[in-house]
Design a protein around this ligand. Sequence first.
Ligand code: KG4
Ligand code: ZN
Length: 357
Amino acid sequence: YSEDLILGLETSCDDTGCAIVNNKGELLSESLHSQNLMHLRNGGIIPDIARDLHSMFVEPVVTETLRNAKVSMDSIVAIAVTVKPGLPLSLAVGMKYAKYLARKYNKPIIPIHHMEAHALAARMQHNITFPYLTLLISGGHCLLAVVQDVTHFKLLGESIDMGPGEMFDKVARRMKLRNIPEYSKTCGGQAVEIAASKATNPQIFKLPLPLSDYKDCNFSFNGLKTSVLLHLHRKEREHEITADKLIPEVNDLCAAMLMATSRHLVHRTQRAMEFCQQNNLIPDNNKQLIVSGGVACNNYIFSTLTLLCHEFNYNIYRPSPKLCTDNGVMIAWNGLEKWRKRLDIVNNLNTIDIEGT
Ligand code: KG4
Ligand code: ZN
């Protein structure tokens, strides 16, 4: 191989992901081991279990990626690895393995910020020029930022409590959606999206618009979650529901929650667009919104953001679903973006360490 190949490794949360890209940005291979089913069974991520599963799967996942790309470690020019933010125990597994490979094969490491990787991933599939606006919505995160270039991000606002995905996961669990076979193997967010599509009367549930009085770009989902749970509790008492039964209005409540979430996301994104306009952060001929993170897979949320973008003359993009959720490809891609500009290439491995959240 005469081309520069970058290997990317992601272990920040509950997915062990690896990928190899070439210097044209083409994906040679990828491998992903998701711990989702295990954590669904436990009702959430238990950090020790996540770490143990990463330890078990990191080597097979990397080996499989190399094998599918038909290359050996010798043809890799640099190893990109997620160093923050994430679960410290999980991050450490990927870091340790990346350092082991870097020492053994004498390769530099490119440290990657997980959220920056989410923010840049769309550039792998679309021709999106800097600077652009990004909305990152996942389980643990919700933020708006201007991506100025590969290593410069201006944070406009973020969640003051949890991400929308965490709210969906917790509410779905409390609604007992998993007791319906159709939803037993999906994450909470997907279950909520499918249930919401079957709603007939979502307006029977009134939900608040979070932070409506604040003129900033921050988010909050705790109050929304509490309001949904109060409705759920009231309906359970009304129908005298016990044990593993669901309320009959479960689809309507899911739709109401999804609509309220969209309203909130649209409201804050509109604020961000106005802020960018006032402060000349994004030129008129470059108005682009990139939506990414697991929750960006939600078609209802994406369609409401699309309407907003039409109104404000923004183009909207999102990576394909597999690239929206956590994966190794976006880490390899971010590694390549840094490699091309010779940014953050670390040869002295002792200088890098993990930084959890
Ligand atoms: O980005 P991600 O894979 O992991 C992090 O949280 O970093 O996102 C996972 C989250 C989960 O909370 C999941 O419920 C949510 O994304 N999610 C969705 C959908 N698919 C995944 N939420 C709403 N609608 C979906 N279709
Ligand atoms: Zn993520």
